[in-house]
Design a protein around this ligand. Structure first.
Ligand code: ZN
Ligand code: ZN
Length: 127
């Protein structure tokens, strides 16, 4: 799979059985739907993380350039999670996050639930 952002090859990075496809160039990553459910289970987060897969597409998102899903190459739709704009595959293959986006999301909504996986998904990649 190639990065939707810069077209470099994505590498699989894994921790606690959660695997993401990561771009070492732009530091974005792709989380597929199955991984997202693992994360939900692992973190026992108090907020509705299902939002990620079910939230309606954002309408006022046109500043960001369209990206294509690394799995199916279809143009992804923008979703807005409390101001965080991410790209979701219209076939629900997963969600693409730019560097630091998910860290920002966790910082906003998961205060106090810091753990290895949050760090893995957020801070580890945001360097
Ligand atoms: Zn990239
Ligand atoms: Zn797809």
């Amino acid at each position: 799979m190639n990065c939707p952002n810069c077209d470099k090859i994505l590498i699989a990075v894994e921790k606690n059985n959660i695997e993401v496809e990561y771009c070492i160039n732009c530091k974005g990553f792709f989380l597929d739907a199955d991984e997202w459910y693992l994360i939900k289970h692992e973190l026992k987060l108090p907020f509705l993380i299902d939002d990620l897969m079910n939230v309606n597409p954002a309408k006022d998102n046109c500043n960001e350039k369209p990206k294509t899903c690394p799995k199916c190459n279809q143009v992804m739709e923008k979703i807005n999670l409390d101001g965080l704009i991410a790209d979701r595959c219209i076939n629900r293959h997963g969600v693409w996050f730019e560097a630091g986006e998910l860290a920002a999301y966790f910082n906003k909504r998961a205060e106090g639930s810091k753990n290895e996986t949050v760090s893995f998904l957020g801070e580890t990649f945001y360097k």
